[in-house]
Design a protein. Structure first.
Length: 116
């Protein structure tokens, strides 16, 4: 494996962690893009198309229902984000304690060697 192979793999790996520009995203896998479009369009069709309302005996959502849905979704989003921050802080504190214990053990063994 040559140097150019290594550079190419690194560039590919680095790109995987960053958001794609809009032009590249739109030129992605067409099947996935169609599936995403269907996942958005079909529920709207079910809720708002008059023939679907009659077929399934449903009604379109009014503004109050939309506000309730948005409020609940936003609340859930905030709770999850706060939980993620707490978990990261907890894990970060544990890593620091573990690192300091390893450092103390290492320095103790170094002191023991000096005393001999």
């Amino acid at each position: 494996m040559g140097q150019s192979d290594t550079n190419q793999n690194t560039e590919t790996d680095n790109r995987a962690w960053h958001a794609l520009p809009a032009g590249e995203m739109a030129s992605g896998n067409k099947v996935v893009l169609v599936a995403i479009g269907c996942c958005h369009a079909l529920p709207l069709l079910f809720v708002y198309a008059p023939f679907m309302n009659q077929l399934f005996d449903t009604e379109p959502l009014d503004a109050t229902a939309w506000l309730y849905c948005i409020g609940m979704a936003l609340s859930l989003f905030l709770v999850i984000e706060i939980e993620k921050i707490g978990v990261r802080r907890l894990l970060s504190g544990r890593r620091q304690k573990t690192a300091s214990k390893h450092h103390e053990v290492g320095s103790d063994s170094a002191k023991g060697k000096e005393a001999r």
